[in-house]
Design a protein around this ligand. Structure first.
Ligand SMILES: C[S@@+](CC[C@H](N)C(=O)[O-])C[C@H]1O[C@@H](n2cnc3c(N)ncnc32)[C@H](O)[C@@H]1O
Length: 412
């Protein structure tokens, strides 16, 4: 019989909506635990492993799975992972602590737990990582993978490793993984999950450290990284990638191979509302043609890949603010409706080979409206965060690495 998760929520905290929500979650968790308590540990671990294997079988399979099949498989994987998380018995503090580090937002394990059901993000990464691993192991006996900011569930690798083990594809003599996360709650949860999945043999180490300062002792063949939010803001993807790319072997690969961040001027109502009215879910396959034609694409604001990262130079400003130069864009002329448009920034990610994620496939590639960017229009009140330009102006974009990461446009 397994222990149930019991969180100590102070009575005085009940009025706080965040804690209230958490409480509902923990009550449900406890009830679910009671139901599942009928299962032995071995049965629960078996169900967990099976859900991970099933999700990967659909993800990697040669026949295309439907959205409904994928949703069911990923929900099952999520439910099982949350069940394992509840067995880790994190304190309220460890479960919910969220803060800004010197290089971006560090999300709480509680908020991170959803990333394991972000279907097309995991699909784009898992298919790419699978091809990269197969490619490397075709000419090497063994590889070391580094997975920084892996979060409590390390969802870009643990399902894949479960699948390899189940299918007797690759073993621990061929693949070793270094997991890094700065949040102690993520580390405790991850240890529980790896133990429950019986994947310990693949672990080279689990390290609780900030990935922007961590220095691996061994050389790295594959660097797997996803610490992004939409519009390429808030989380420390660039700072982490820039620091860790140095530890890749000469022929080592970073996954994603490239991230292209693009800007466009859109009518918010068409882009974010009308376009999706009759679709079942947001995905690049469901983009609407007339909405696409209404956009004014500005082009690439920044591209990130191994060679760009190795050459990238930081500029240091006052108060330890660090930025890197991104691209220059000339704002197009001749659009009368420009004042009514807003800037939206989106990512296209190539994980490996022809695998990846396009705009709208995941929260991380979803276009992000930037309400501070005005073209041919004046904000009612000018604040220091507002950027005002005219059609025909050339804009130099910088990317701020420290504090809250994000783009800073400057008129040339
Ligand atoms: C959204 S979660 C998990 C993301 C995970 N890569 C995935 O694919 O689902 C983000 C995690 O990144 C971790 N993190 C953020 N910044 C970090 C940093 N500088 N060093 C190490 N971990 C970091 C947080 O602690 C959190 O557990």
């Amino acid at each position: 019989m397994e222990k149930h998760q019991t969180h100590n929520v102070l009575k005085a905290d009940y009025a706080d909506p965040k804690v209230d929500q958490l409480l509902k979650h923990t009550v449900r968790n406890q009830l679910e635990s009671l139901l599942k308590a009928k299962l032995t540990t071995a049965q629960r671990q078996q169900a967990l492993t099976q859900s991970f294997v099933n999700a990967m079988a659909l993800t990697l399979g040669t026949t295309v799975a439907t959205h409904a099949q994928l949703t069911a498989a990923f929900e099952a994987m999520y439910d099982q992972a949350v069940q394992s998380m509840s067995m880790a018995e994190l304190s309220e503090e460890l479960l919910t602590r969220q803060y800004i580090s010197p290089t971006g937002l560090v999300m709480s394990p509680y908020n991170c737990r959803h990333t394991i059901k972000d279907i097309y993000r995991i699909q784009g990464y898992a298919r790419g990582i699978d091809k990269a691993i197969r490619g490397m192991l075709s000419h090497k006996d063994s590889i070391t993978i580094l997975y920084p900011a892996c979060g409590p569930f390390a969802p870009l690798l643990l399902p894949l490793l479960s699948y390899y083990k189940d299918q007797n594809e690759f073993n621990h003599e061929q693949i070793k993984v270094l997991f890094v996360d700065t949040h102690p709650g993520a580390i405790v949860t991850l240890r529980q999950l790896i133990n429950d999945l019986q994947l310990g043999e693949f672990v080279a180490d689990i390290i609780e450290e900030d990935a922007t300062v961590y220095e691996p002792q061994e050389s790295i063949d594959l660097l797997v990284l996803e610490a992004m939010q939409h519009g390429f803001t808030r989380e420390g993807q660039l700072a982490i990638a820039k620091h860790l790319v140095k530890f890749l072997t000469l022929d080592g690969w970073m996954i994603p191979r490239s991230v292209s961040i693009k800007g466009m001027m859109v009518h918010g109502e068409t882009e974010f509302n009308q376009q999706w009215k009759d679709t079942q879910y947001c995905h690049s396959d469901n983009l609407n043609n007339s909405a696409l034609q209404e956009r004014i694409e500005l082009g690439e604001l920044m591209r990130i890949d191994k060679s760009v990262l190795l050459k990238m130079e930081e500029i240091e400003l006052e108060d330890d603010i660090r930025v890197v130069a991104a691209n220059r864009v000339t704002l197009p002329t001749g659009f009368e409706d420009m004042p009514a448009r807003i800037l939206a920034v989106y990512a296209q990610i190539n994980t490996f080979d022809d695998e990846g994620l396009d705009q709208y496939d995941s929260g991380i590639t979803h276009p992000r409206p930037d309400m501070n960017f005005y073209v041919d229009a004046q904000p009612k009140e000018l604040e220091h965060t507002h950027f005002v330009a005219n059609s025909g102006d050339t804009v130099q974009f910088y990317y701020q690495l420290s504090g809250m990461p994000g783009f800073v446009p400057v008129k040339v």
